[in-house]
Design a protein around this ligand. Sequence first.
Ligand code: DAH
Length: 368
Amino acid sequence: MSNERIPQLKDYSEASLTRAFAALEAEARSAAATLLSSEAVENFRLAWLGRKQGLLNEVSSLWLKSAPAEAKKILGQRFNALKATVESLLDSALGAGPSDASLAAEAIDITLPGTRRLTGAEHPITRTLNELTSIFAALGYSVGVGPEVETDFYNFESMNFPPGHPARDTQDTLVIANQDRRPLRDRLLLRTHTSPVQMRTMESQPPPVRIIIPGKVHRNDAADATHSPIFHQVEGLCVDTNITFSDLKGTLDHAMKALFGSAVKTRFFPSFFPFTEPSADVQISCPFCGGKGCRKCKHSGWIELLGCGMVDPAVFAFAAEKQPAYDPKKISGFAFGMGVERIAMMKYGVSEIGKFYSGDMRFLEMFA
Ligand code: DAH
């Protein structure tokens, strides 16, 4: 057997063994020095340590097997030393990871600037909703929610708008199509106000109730500078023993001062809502001119901001069907409702309601 890569062994003297093994070791070292890829490392392993065609296997066949018995020991020792060297060369090639050259080829320039992400900010409507909610939370109110797709019963009938009553015409309603076969009270519509959540809350818990209801409402109104078919309201309801109109006045006066500053005054005008009796509209002294009169308040010094009143006994009667404790002889309460966009427009000096919904970053960034 012969192999041109393997030197001939002239004899088994110490000197010729040293020369022969040194030549192989030098070859292994120079091959190991150029291993750039994992593929090259694997090829090195196969070439030197492969079971069939590996060079060491062949050295063993050529040199060891044909050696005379007295030379076998020394040959074996040299062979094992060479094998250990090749294995350690392989180990360090495997452990060394990718070479400098392959790393340089894959390098990315981490000094390039990254993609800058803008910090989020509350939308002015959300901010106003949250501000109103926390003013009432500080007075002990909890937050209530209800569905935006509401039944005729909760949106109208239970709030004392009987079927066919002209009070329904004050809220141009978007109704869900194809429900003619359902009883009127079960027909679905997009809630026109947050007031139905008053009834849902009372049905689910006995008095006392102090609840603030922020939410989205829908009306079939044409959009203009101050109207949008989708807008937001904050509703309030307080029911307990001995709740009076003075409690209502004090609560709303406090809330308006908290919202617009302590210099703001409130005044109450008689009004009408089906679910309150008596009802009132609340005006605040113009926060722009301090009440002297300006374009914003149409030179009256006052701006109308919300509706309110004492809960109508007819509303308590609907609640009492599920919660008998809502007995108008034993308890009383007040309610109020306000438009959030209108308040946000005043607070932030916005003259077109559509700005809130247009998603224009230049507008939204002013609130960041
Ligand atoms: N729901 C009324 C509306 O949308 C607003 C309102 C007025 C709510 C008086 C109330 C209230 O709770 O007492 O026009």
